[in-house]
Design a binder for this molecule. Structure first.
Ligand SMILES: *[C@@H]1O[C@H](CO)[C@@H](O)[C@H](O)[C@H]1NC(C)=O
Ligand SMILES: *[C@@H]1O[C@H](CO)[C@@H](O)[C@H](O)[C@H]1NC(C)=O
Ligand SMILES: *[C@@H]1O[C@H](CO)[C@@H](O)[C@H](O)[C@H]1NC(C)=O
Length: 542
């Protein structure tokens, strides 16, 4: 009897499908259901009315096909009722044949729902205490819900929604489904409660208040520093700390306990890698460490049942991908005694906390800087230093060096990356090389005169001379007069300029008579007088 009934349903469905494909007639006015859609809780009663046709019902070839329930008829109005709807895959089809002989029909949109029987929350692969900044997975298990497609699951910490999740399943019958969410608790979360809420959103035809079922509350006990005073010894790692370059292999040995290991309640918790065990010695190994926050914890429960734990101190590092230097908001020339800002940009370094950046001018270290960030993953960071260049710094080169100081357990040589060199061109006003002159320079007639006004400056300064009247002008740094005459006496002013400034130097020249020719002439005259006197005496005596 049942198989006969099933056969009838299947053949009906097939014939309706064929009708739809082959002879669907646009002149069909579809039968009308009231309400237009049914949303029924599993096991509840239900009813719907179908007006088969309004004007076009010529024959008696109409009806209402149904898998369960019963039908009463009033003219061309059919009423379908069921006392307890306990079929998940039911159907109700209303149909007639119109004048043109086409079959016109409507299939009732019917949703049968069942709120979750139970909802519970737990951690995946984890019980007991949580540690700050470690990742854990919460799971919300929902039992016997239909249709799961309409279910929304929300995770909460206290009153804070952490995330909404939905199922991809299109199953109409009740299913069990588990939804999961990753969390990384912080110490502020200690004492908070995790829970999840499920809501069946059944649309406008559904119940006014969507069915909601919530889980129990799961307390979060977050440890950020764990020592139990009743533990007389803690597990020992060898080496005591690990410093590993990202992507490199690593291993560590943990001796869980020496004497206090009574039970078999000990182990090594780890986020990545694998563990081999030899008695109470655990060896953790990983081929390529590609987690920035791996978690390795060795523990046992002592005789008193207290957990004695040791979390491995582990640092994953990555030397900077690149380091570059530049000026902030500045290109082109610098001026003496002005302030400028140098910046050193470091790309993709971890952990930035261990990074020291040193700025250099030539071989002189100008300053060391460090980051305040505690990020474990690679970051880009820019360090700045104010400088006030002096003329002595002109022509020097600025550069910066980034060094990852990983401590004594790190590699012998800290990874160092340096920037390119940035030439410093410092502009400054002229400065005289020679000290100021005595008030008056005395020079003998006929001698060579050098007036030296040599100066330094950037850009290179130019010279203009103001000379005693009627002398030609001059524009060199040293003024030379080969043979000085009395006409060269007077005041010389040298003016040294560049775009930044001007200095002047004054020379007062006094020319003296050259007395040597007069002395020689005097001596010759004296000699002649002596000769004349001698000749006169000789003549007088003879
Ligand atoms: C939980 O742990 C078991 C065995 O240790 C493992 O097979 C499974 O993949 C873990 N599940 C998740 C979600 O990590
Ligand atoms: C650089 O200049 C821009 C616009 O002139 C300004 O908004 C910015 O604050 C300057 N940066 C620094 C570090 O002085
Ligand atoms: C001028 O003075 C500078 C600095 O003392 C010196 O180097 C230079 O040789 C001098 N020039 C002459 C022509 O004496």
């Amino acid at each position: 009897m049942l198989s006969c009934y099933l056969f009838l349903i299947i053949s009906l469905m097939i014939s309706f499908r064929d009708v739809r494909v082959s002879t669907f007639d646009l002149s069909c006015t579809s039968p009308v259901f009231t309400p237009s859609a049914l949303v029924v809780k599993y096991g509840d009663p239900a009813n719907v009315t179908c007006v088969v046709c309004q004007k076009d019902c010529s024959g008696d070839s109409f009806g209402l096909e149904h898998a369960v329930g019963k039908v009463t008829q009033n003219g061309t109005t059919m009423i379908w009722t069921v006392d307890r709807l306990t079929e998940w895959d039911t159907f109700v089809v209303c149909y007639y044949n119109n004048d043109a002989g086409a079959q016109c029909f409507s299939i009732l949109d019917i949703t049968i729902y069942q709120p979750p029987e139970s909802v519970s929350i737990s951690f995946v692969n984890h019980t007991g205490m949580m540690f700050e900044n470690q990742q854990y997975t919460l799971q919300c298990s929902v039992q016997n819900v239909a249709p799961v497609q309409n279910l929304t699951v929300t995770f909460y910490r206290g009153n804070t929604a952490l995330g909404h999740l939905q199922s991809n399943s299109e199953e109409k019958k009740p299913v069990n489904e588990t939804f999961s969410l990753n969390i990384t608790p912080s110490r502020e979360d200690n004492g908070a409660q995790y829970w999840c809420e499920t809501k069946l959103e059944l649309g406008p035809s559904g119940p006014q208040r969507p069915p909601v079922v919530i889980s129990e509350k799961l307390p979060a006990i977050v440890h950020w520093w764990f020592t139990d005073p009743s533990c007389t010894e803690f597990p020992v790692f060898t080496p005591s700390a690990l410093i590993v370059k990202y992507g490199d292999p690593a291993n560590v040995t943990c001796v869980v306990c020496q004497k206090d290991c009574s039970g078999d309640s000990f182990g090594l918790e780890h986020a990545v890698g694998k563990v081999t065990q030899n008695g109470t010695t655990m060896i953790w190994t990983v081929d390529r460490l590609t987690e920035w926050d791996p978690f390795v914890m060795c523990y046992y429960n002592n005789d008193a049942g207290d957990p004695c734990t040791h979390i491995l101190d582990i640092t994953i590092y990555q030397p900077p991908e690149s380091v570059s230097i530049s000026f902030v908001n500045h290109t082109g020339m610098m001026f003496e005694n002005q302030q400028y800002t140098l910046q050193c940009s470091v790309q993709n370094v971890a952990p930035v906390q261990s990074l020291t950046v040193t700025f250099y001018r030539g071989n002189t270290a100008l300053g060391h800087l460090q980051s305040r960030s505690e990020k474990k993953k690679p970051v880009n960071e820019t360090f700045t230093l104010n400088i006030t260049p002096s003329r002595e710094g002109d022509g020097a080169q600025y550069w910066c060096e980034a060094k990852l100081e990983l401590g004594p357990a790190g590699s012998q040589r800290p990874p160092v990356v340096t920037s390119e060199k940035l030439p410093a061109i410092v502009h400054y006003g002229p400065e005289l090389k020679e000290p100021p002159n005595p008030d008056v320079i005395t020079i003998t007639e006929g001698d060579t005169l050098h007036l030296n006004c040599s100066s330094v400056g950037n850009p290179s300064p130019s010279y203009t001379w103001t000379l005693p009247t009627n002398s030609p002008s001059y524009s060199g740094s040293v003024l030379t007069i080969k043979s000085v005459g009395f006409e060269h006496e007077g005041q010389y002013i040298c003016t040294v300029s560049n775009p930044i400034g001007t200095v002047t130097k004054e020379f007062n020249i006094d020319v003296q008579v050259n007395s040597i020719p007069y002395i020689i002439a005097g001596m010759i005259l004296g000699a002649l007088v002596l000769v004349g006197l001698s000749v006169g005496c000789y003549c007088k005596h003879n």
